[in-house]
Design a protein around this ligand. Sequence first.
Ligand code: ATP
Ligand code: MG
Length: 238
Amino acid sequence: MPVITFANTKGGAGKTTAVLLLSTELARMGHRVTILDADPQHWISRWHELSGHIPNLSVISHVTSSSLEAHIRENKANTDCFIIDMPGTRSPLLTMALGISDHVVIPIQGCAMDARGGAQVLELIEFLTEKTGRKINHSVVLTRVNAMITTRSLLLVKGLLATKNVRVLDTAIAERAAYRDIFDYGGTLSGLDPLKVSNLDKAKENAQSLAKEILRLLPVRVVRSVPHVPSILRRKVA
Ligand SMILES: Nc1ncnc2c1ncn2[C@@H]1O[C@H](COP(=O)(O)OP(=O)(O)OP(=O)(O)O)[C@@H](O)[C@H]1O
Ligand SMILES: [Mg+2]
């Protein structure tokens, strides 16, 4: 029942898009996902309302620092993976979410502004690790990457992260029209029409490799837990 938080204090870094891609892909694979929408702008909640029922996926809105832990406690029995969408700001909620996360993903577009917002999250993780002695696993995912060309600013950001020994996911999230369309029309990549959306196959492949790579990084395997049978019932059956 791992908790994954997507955070970057810079707005527009691609957090919500990455949350959507990972959550819908994990749900498609059969994992029960609960998204905790901690952004006061409620983009994920709006997308979910527009989408209607999506198997294996639920969304909890209005998540605050005083409600976060209760949401996790109350939903852990029916959730294989919690995914938190943070707003692009620094707040006590961010500190709390980082502190309870099994993995923090920091989406960064290939530009210096985003890298600075990402660096703030990395500093906060370092501070929390020093204070609590608990290691917080984290990695950067590069977002809105042009699938065809590598820009100079992207190389600069990659170089900067390498000097700081920050893990960068092998899977970068490409700039794709399909990722904007699921926001605008609701639903998932599987529901889009390949005749109307360019490079839909590539967009799906990208989301799949993102989910597979993040699953490999989790300390706890994301699997549906086998229902617990109380020992008294087991004896009766025997
Ligand atoms: N990979 C992508 N391909 C195409 N468009 C993208 C991609 N990633 C993000 N966008 C677009 O960029 C804008 C900002 O993305 P998003 O909302 O995911 O960022 P955010 O970090 O969650 O922003 P905020 O800090 O405001 O919550 C949105 O309009 C989104 O559709
Ligand atoms: Mg967002």
